[in-house]
Design a protein around this ligand. Structure first.
Ligand SMILES: N[C@H]1[C@H](O)[C@@H](Sc2ccccc2)[C@@H]2OC[C@H]1O2
Length: 326
């Protein structure tokens, strides 16, 4: 089997949400595909009505194929301080025409305010490694982990776009979605992430600095977070930029022409256009950068600002990650 699903950007490409059908009869919910976590959870009828407002949700008792995963709970905290928790049902989950008949569906009983106010999604689908799934006392598998048996190849690809719909594909690599050749990096999955070593960086037309940068590829993170020294070197080339405590990061005049950012993947030079690095308006005539410091995060993240400039292959079989111009 192979599948494909549309990925729709929220405002400012803050996240990319995809239709996922759960249960019988199916309820289709826009879920945020997240290669930085490994829980599939949904807004549910078990939430207080106040936390469900503005959201669609899953009602296990209305699904003839739903079965309580007795004794199992989940409780997740994300890097941005948000979180959710609840209990678990086993039910059918279809994405892009591929159905997993016995998927652990983590039903929310409580979600943090960030999720209540983010009405672009009604939950998340984690695509990282099972080791960081939060179900307890037993881990549950990701949807992709369960779907792999149906796939010709243990791969999914991300073809995210700036300001318009893209897609995720499952089980195959569509050569029409990229140019040139795909360059792969070995994944270290010890921390449960799609973690690898980038080979260096360049700012605009400047010299490439060869250095190993430990990063994770995270479709659920909006921006790029790199070591402070690299970020400082980037904004040194943006006149009028400053690292603003009040804005929570680097800002610059919206009229600035931003240099591109090149990230090395082996010998491949992945280029993020300067226009992708003006993320969104801040206050007044200042704008907020798509590249920010990883200070306080503990790791570097290649989020959507980077990923939407590339075609990305996530191969869970090896594991390895591949990049090509999108
Ligand atoms: N992997 C990411 C995850 O998908 C989001 S969870 C999220 C929170 C609020 C709104 C939408 C999504 C959070 O930000 C970075 C990291 O944690």
């Amino acid at each position: 089997a192979q599948g494909s699903v549309t990925a729709s950007p929220s405002q400012y490409d803050g996240e990319y949400d995809c239709p996922v059908t759960v249960g019988t009869p199916g309820v289709t919910l826009p879920l945020d595909f997240d290669t930085g976590s490994s829980d599939l959870w949904v807004f549910s009828s078990e939430l207080p009505a106040s936390e469900r407002s503005g959201h669609a949700y899953y009602t296990s008792s209305s699904s003839s194929t739903s079965k309580l995963d007795s004794g199992e709970t989940w409780d997740i905290s994300y890097g941005d301080g948000s979180g959710a928790e609840g209990n678990i049902y086993i039910d059918k989950v279809t994405i892009g025409g591929i159905t997993v008949t016995s998927q652990a569906v983590e039903a929310a009983e409580s979600v943090s305010s960030e999720f209540v106010s983010d009405t672009s999604n009604d939950g998340l689908v984690g695509f990282a490694f099972d080791s960081i799934n939060t179900a307890s006392p037993n881990h549950v598998q990701t949807w992709f982990g369960n779907a792999e048996a149906q796939l010709a190849s243990p791969v999914f690809t991300a073809n995210l776009k700036k300001g318009k719909a893209g897609n995720y594909n499952f089980g195959y690599i569509d050569s029409s979605e990229y140019t040139g050749s795909i360059t792969y990096a070995t994944i270290n999955s010890a921390n449960g992430f799609w973690e690898f070593s980038a080979s260096g960086y360049a700012v605009g037309s400047g010299a490439f600095s060869s250095q190993s940068i430990d990063v994770i590829a995270d479709t659920g993170t909006t921006l790029i977070y790199l070591p402070a020294a690299i970020v400082k070197a980037y904004y040194a080339k943006v006149s009028g930029s400053s690292n603003s405590a009040s804005a929570g990061g680097y800002i610059f005049p919206c009229s600035a022409t931003l240099p591109s950012l090149t990230i090395g993947i082996g010998s491949y030079k992945a280029v993020v256009p300067g226009t992708f690095l003006n993320y969104a308006p801040n206050t007044g005539s200042t704008c907020f950068g798509g590249l920010q410091s990883n200070a306080g995060i503990g790791l570097s993240i290649l989020g959507d600002v980077f990923l939407k400039s590339q075609f990305v292959v996530f191969n869970q079989g090896v594991p390895k990650i591949g990049f090509a111009p999108g």
